[in-house]
Design a protein around this ligand. Structure first.
Ligand SMILES: Cc1cc2nc3c(=O)[nH]c(=O)nc-3n(C[C@H](O)[C@H](O)[C@H](O)COP(=O)(O)OP(=O)(O)OC[C@H]3O[C@@H](n4cnc5c(N)ncnc54)[C@H](O)[C@@H]3O)c2cc1C
Length: 268
């Protein structure tokens, strides 16, 4: 079934992600590889994830591709133990540090925001090769940006449906929050990556020299190449693995036209 979604997912296997990353690198685009999976409740699933990331980091180093990795903390057991999650994440970040690989922490639904930032800050005491994500949709993110002065932060709009008590719901409010967060982070001397496909937000990011632009695999491919040719730092987020359903569902919900695209591919 994943074949229908190959535009957004490199494939079920690690070597497919590595192969895709090599192709993107040849076009001047860096990658951020993510092994799909989230909300694990069993230690055995967490251990499989850790082993997979260890192999992934080794292969990034050996194949000499230009790639970061991205992890979700609920893949590392955040849902059942903050301590276990921190220990596994620390192990992955340490290994990545030795391999010269940067690790991004994805931000999940708002129930995990406090723990994610706390774990990130603890890891940052020992490692420099780590960044965290803030969601412009969340009302709290402006304050979080102030508290992350000096850190490395990826700014996204936020892919999770949240209650209006914690989240902005209007398009313009979310855009304003997005650019405000960037401003706060830059004034706190944080390193910023703008992860978005919104033309207005990309233009805002491009007006700031130091900002890296990140986009998802399968979205705005021509723009990525164009920006890379202009000398901007551009990265593509490349997910792989068998647990692609929640990821692909989020992409469908973001753009209803994607549903039509998949239905049409089914008929071909
Ligand atoms: C590198 C990267 C990392 C991310 N990490 C996280 C994370 O850790 N946590 C999190 O909550 N979210 C994450 N996201 C997802 C993000 O929060 C948004 O859900 C997603 O990027 C869509 O928002 P947008 O900024 O592109 O703006 P939108 O307003 O949703 O989209 C703007 C335009 O971009 C195009 N577009 C957007 N999405 C798609 C799509 N799926 N398919 C085709 N065209 C599309 C359309 O032309 C659309 O009109 C990440 C996104 C990127 C690019």
């Amino acid at each position: 079934m994943w074949f229908l979604f190959r535009r957004w997912v490199a494939g079920p296997r690690r070597e497919q992600a590595i192969r895709h990353a090599r192709k993107m690198n040849a076009k001047g685009i860096g990658t951020v590889i993510n092994f799909l999976g989230e909300h694990y409740t069993k230690q055995s699933d967490v251990e499989k994830t850790v082993t997979e990331y260890e192999e992934l980091i080794r292969e990034i180093r050996e194949s000499k591709i230009r790639s970061d990795v991205s992890i979700k903390l609920t893949q590392f057991g955040l849902g059942f133990s903050k301590e276990i999650c921190t220990r596994w994440a620390d192990r992955i970040v340490s290994l990545a540090e030795r391999a010269g690989v940067f690790v991004w922490i994805d931000m999940e639904s708002s129930e995990h925001t406090d723990d994610t930032i706390e774990i990130y800050k603890n890891l940052l005491k020992k490692h420099r090769n780590i960044g965290v994500t803030l969601q412009a949709r969340l009302r709290r993110s402006g304050k979080d940006a102030e508290n992350l002065a000096g850190a490395t932060v990826r700014v996204v709009k936020g892919a999770y449906k949240e209650h209006s008590s914690v989240a902005y719901t209007g398009k313009d409010e979310i855009r304003k929050s997005y650019t405000d967060i960037i401003d706060v982070l830059l004034s706190g001397r944080s390193r910023v990556a703008a992860a978005t496909h919104d033309t207005k937000m990309i233009r805002y990011a491009l007006s700031k020299k130091s900002i890296e632009v990140q986009m998802l695999m399968g979205v705005k491919n021509r723009l990525k190449i164009k920006l890379a040719k202009r000398g901007r730092r551009v990265k593509e987020y490349v997910p792989y693995g068998e647990k692609w359903i929640p990821y692909v569902m989020r992409r469908m919900m973001e753009r209803k036209r994607n549903i039509v695209y998949v239905l049409r591919s089914l008929l071909e």
